[in-house]
Write a protein that binds this ligand. Sequence first.
Ligand code: HEM
Length: 350
Amino acid sequence: MSFFIPESYPMRRTWIPETPWSARRPIGMLPPVKESLTPGRRKFRTLAWSVLVFNVMVVLGGAIVRATGSGDGCGESWPLCTDRLIPANPGLETVIEFSHRVTSGLAILGVVTLFVFAVRLYEKGHRVRNGAAASLALLLFESVLGALLIVFSWVDQDASIGRMIVVPIHLLNTYILVGALTLTAWWSSGNPGPTKPIDARMKRSLAFGAVGLLVIGAVGALNALADSLYPAESFLSGVTEEFSADAPWLLQVRVFHPLIAIAVGLGVAYLVMRLAPTATSRTKRLGAAVGVLIVVQLFIGLVNVMLAAPLETQVIHLATADAIWIVYLMFGASLLGEQAPAELPVERVA
Ligand code: HEM
């Protein structure tokens, strides 16, 4: 017996726009169709993931510069270090700051290379090319912010209002840069972009989660600055200083980061849990990873405070924050790239 679909049958069935996301749950999602990559694009994919990893390492290097108070290790000269291309007889602070400058330079080179190859390999308007262009713009802005910190001497023990404004902006820009690099690497791996139409509720939930993570990070950056400027001897002395009437402003607001992180972090985990059931198993795994990383991060944060934020836990805390952000974006991109069966073209069987 043959079965056929008449000519008049619509080839592409679409959602009824008002259908809420939850109503589509029982249908489930189909695995996204991966683009097959040419040899050139395969090399680009390796480059994109390597540039992302290298940039995260540079970000962690920046935290070491801050936590060790090495920000003026090169003096006020920029981009030179102690007025030289390579500092002579450097002390530890100079070595730390100089290494950060060299690795930041290499990161710029990596992102420029990424952009150049994206232009060569992808047509205008392609999401990979746009991602690489955004990464380059954000990295250049990042360098300007880094240079501002040096030129205005917003380093070491400086507690000026200018530094308190630029430090969270610097962290936000870093997050967005890491995000642009993550999406460039993700899409260059053949993963599809968002399939249309995008469910408004899903888009809103993902955006809320992203903004939540950015807010936690920006407030955390102020805590990191407070810990560098007013290091506590112990957990107890830290808490006592925080609640004393004449405590500096940065110490008084230190309590907000853990509170915001617990409320918003668990909120983001909940949003991911709500979105994941409709997804394919790969996206579900990414969602589960976000949830686990958030819970682990809450414990790391607690340990950080209990130990009065030593360098090691500061770096682990920041690395985990970056990991949450990267996996969250991969989760979102994967979810938005999935195709629901009702959206797929209907096969005709003669
Ligand atoms: C989802 C959960 C969390 C995220 C994403 C997060 C993220 C961050 C980020 C991005 C920073 C700035 C690091 C830097 O610039 O070097 C930071 C700093 C800090 N956070 Fe969190 N945090 C979380 C939870 C917590 C919790 C629950 C606590 C305490 C109970 C905590 C304590 C601290 C402390 C003490 C600092 C300053 C010292 C440092 O840099 O490590 N965090 N956090």
